[in-house]
Write a protein that binds this ligand. Structure first.
Ligand SMILES: O=C(O)C(=O)C[C@H](O)[C@H](O)CO
Length: 298
């Protein structure tokens, strides 16, 4: 069975249940993707590459990753940092708001910890490697380059590299800075999962055709453009595939819509589904995830 390694940060997720209380869980785009991949194909070996502290909350988070069936063999621990936290709340107009406490988190030091503990050299071959714009955005510039080098090394060992830009403006010095690094990331990617909203905001692309032309020119050969209003457009070297989205389906919280899509899509492809079957399965899961509050559905 093919293997997958997902690289990035998982945080403690706090969901405001009323004005005084939060419900705790754990989430982060690359973690969410790993969990939904594992849930879709439980026999799939799914590894998570990240860093946590040695404190009790970090240990509890690590236990939850294992309870989800993720392989945590390559997770690094440091006594000098803790986990990041984010909270989901609603403003007075009912709009979803995210607040973050993640600067200096253990995961933001992943590349330095890997270097200090000589982990990169011990990584075996993985069939698929998944990372996102958030995996890059939380790192220093030197570490962003180190992550791209690591991904390239894994690709040279035969991995298919999968990338979702997942643009979070707060993580970048400027739009230009984000454009520079996300473009470099696409250049080491085989399978791209761009969101229309991200590409509009960053690259000014007006439609899926402009996105696919841009991403293809950077070397990606399987491309799935997620355009929530218009549906999903997927491409390989031979054809274009389309899956409509039911605009009337209920949506309570969009957290992890793209991540659950990515996890299901990857697991389906790794299990041998064709592109359209994988897109349809992924869209179906994402449609269900947004009917629940929080990233990971119980
Ligand atoms: O926003 C982030 O950095 C996160 O990873 C938190 C959420 O789980 C993520 O946004 C969902 O896609």
């Amino acid at each position: 069975m093919a293997s997958l390694i997902s690289i990035g940060e998982c945080m403690m997720e706090l969901n405001a249940t009323d004005t005084l209380n939060f419900k705790r869980s754990y989430a982060g785009d690359t973690y969410n993707t790993a969990v939904y991949a594992k849930r879709w194909q439980p026999q799939l070996p799914v590894y998570y590459l990240s860093a946590v502290g040695t404190d009790n909350l970090s240990q509890e988070m690590l236990s939850q990753w294992r309870a989800e069936g993720l392989n945590t063999q390559y997770v690094l621990q440091t006594p000098d940092a803790q986990l990041g936290i984010y909270a989901i709340s609603k403003d007075s107009a009912g709009k979803r708001c995210l607040s973050y406490w993640r600067k200096g988190s253990a995961a933001s030091q992943l590349m330095q910890l890997m270097h200090a503990q000589g982990v990169a050299e011990t990584l075996p071959h993985f069939d698929y490697v998944y990372f996102t714009g958030i995996s890059l955005g939380i790192l220093s510039d030197d570490d962003k380059q180190a992550l791209l080098d690591l991904v390239s090394d894994l690709r040279n060992k035969g991995a298919t590299v999968v990338f979702d830009p997942n643009y979070r403006p707060l993580l970048w010095e400027s739009k230009e800075d984000a454009i520079k690094w996300l473009t470099l990331a696409y250049q080491v990617t085989d399978l791209a999962l761009p969101g229309m909203t991200d590409h509009k905001a960053l690259f000014g692309h007006a439609n899926h055709t402009e996105v696919v032309e841009f991403v293809r020119a950077l070397g990606c050969h399987e491309i799935v453009v997620k355009s929530s209003q218009d549906g999903i457009y997927a491409y390989d070297a031979h054809a274009e595939y389309y899956c409509a989205i039911d605009g009337n389906s209920p949506c309570i919280d969009t957290t992890a819509a793209g991540d659950s899509f990515a996890g299901t899509y990857l697991a389906s492809r790794m299990a041998g589904s064709d592109i359209l079957t994988a897109v349809e399965a992924a869209a179906d899961v994402a449609t269900n995830v947004v009917k629940h509050v929080g990233a990971i559905v119980d």
